[in-house]
Design a protein around this ligand. Structure first.
Ligand SMILES: [Zn+2]
Length: 212
């Protein structure tokens, strides 16, 4: 059994205070805006950015984490007919994986899958805290293949498909969500998820209120 390590919540970059919610594995620095993931008792810096909303925002906005992983995916089929049909589908450049804990993501619509399918391109906006990341980078990578297969499966029968995937850069985006009380509406596609389905929404709201 390993001894639990105690990390001081100080940014290894600037010494600023790191913030996170109780289940978080990635922490946001108050000083430099950097993101740091706890990996094997140490902090690893992660590339992060806050996405600029493209939908009009009303009320309070919070930023929920979604990983963006640049991929180079090569599909292979033994069946030439299927291979030809799959070849007509444009390649995915970014695969998005939801970083926050969302209950029944499949039922409510997993933002990571939807952003990937819609080939969302994000632009950086104003800096803001990104909290609530319960899924680390390595855990997020495990979703690349299932996400791509889910999306492909809607277009073409994926039986016998082989997928070779190279992963490039990774960015942890803070996606702006308008807090409408019962629902959270993302500022990118304007899709709603029930606030109650977001595990840490209560503590995130309390934390934001404490900063105002
Ligand atoms: Zn810092």
């Amino acid at each position: 059994m390993s001894t639990p390590a105690i990390l001081s919540l100080r940014c290894p970059g600037c010494g600023g205070a790191l913030h996170g919610l109780s289940q978080d594995v990635v922490f946001w620095c108050d000083g430099c805006g950097g993101l740091h993931e706890v990996v094997q008792d140490a902090f690893l810096g992660r590339v992060g950015s806050v996405a600029r909303p493209v939908q009009p925002a009303t009320g309070s906005v919070l930023h929920l984490p979604v990983w963006a992983l640049r991929v180079d995916a090569v599909w292979q089929w033994q069946d030439p007919e299927r291979a030809a049909r799959a070849g007509q589908i444009a390649a995915f450049v970014w695969v998005y994986v939801t970083g926050f804990a969302l209950h029944n993501a499949f039922y409510f619509g997993d933002p990571g899958v939807i952003f990937t399918q819609k080939r969302v391109a994000l632009a950086a906006g104003e800096a803001a805290p990104i909290l609530g990341c319960t899924r680390g980078l390595e855990a997020a990578k495990a979703y690349i293949e299932p996400h791509l297969l889910t999306i492909m499966d809607r277009r073409v029968d994926v039986t016998g498909l082989e997928l070779a995937c190279t992963i490039g850069e990774a960015v942890l985006w803070g996606i702006p969500y308008c807090d409408e009380g019962e629902a959270l509406c993302d500022g990118i596609l304007g899709l709603r998820i029930p606030a109650a389905a977001v595990d840490e929404i209560g503590s995130y709201r309390t934390w934001l209120k404490g900063r105002r």
